[in-house]
Write a protein that binds this ligand. Sequence first.
Ligand code: SAM
Length: 256
Amino acid sequence: MIFKFKKSLGQHFLKDTETLKKIASLKNIENQVIVEIGPGKGALTKMILKQNPKKLIVVEKDKTLQPYLIKIKNNHPKTLEIIFDDVLSIDFNKLDNNKLILLANLPYNIASKLILNLLKNSKIFRYLIVMVQKEVAERFSAKVSSKAYSRISILAQLQSDIKKYFDVSPEKFFPKPNVTSSVIEIIPAKKYDFDYQKLDQILKVSFRQRRKTIKNNLKNLKKFSEKEIINCGVDPNLRPQNIKPEDYIKLSDALI
Ligand code: SAM
């Protein structure tokens, strides 16, 4: 079988057995319902199946991978379920009645968007263990005032706890990507009540220009008022990267 790798689908397949084993056995997943996004030829899928999950649902966009995945399914007809679809159009609420665990070596181009989308449905997940580009992992876990602190850090950290496990070098993949990857765990945790749309809107405006003060970035908002910013306990002369996640909730409630 000759397989043509598709760059547009982020097809960098992990070929290092030790790393695959390490990812699949980070936690005890015996008897749990697992979702794997982008199984590719099924290298991680096979490792997950060795951990005896109750069920493994894989979602793959590339139908040309069907022969590889069907072969695995034939050995695990009851446990493995294959869905050929775009993960961005999957309703995870309908996949299973049990809480889900997500395990995946994610396609880089959709990783951030997908994780943020999944966190909106966080009640259905126990946790997510994902491999993403190292830079993306840093953005998710960046603390206030650090270089990588951004909209993604804030949205993720207000809804989850994030733990980094280890980095994976480009040599461990085929074809070799240009970047290092990291394996992280995201554990959904409801910490605050907030309006997601409003918060996201304020974050997009606030981080439009990192070098500008928050006051200058927010000037385009209809309800802009420097006094309101001060009333939220925020110094209007701070840069967006110096404002804590909780303060962005206050700003979104006051200004949008
Ligand atoms: N799991 C395999 C591994 O570890 O070697 C492959 C991981 S590879 C980084 C990403 C996989 O996601 C590819 O198989 C690709 O076809 C699939 N993919 C890309 N975009 C997708 C999407 N929108 N929905 C579902 N699968 C997607």
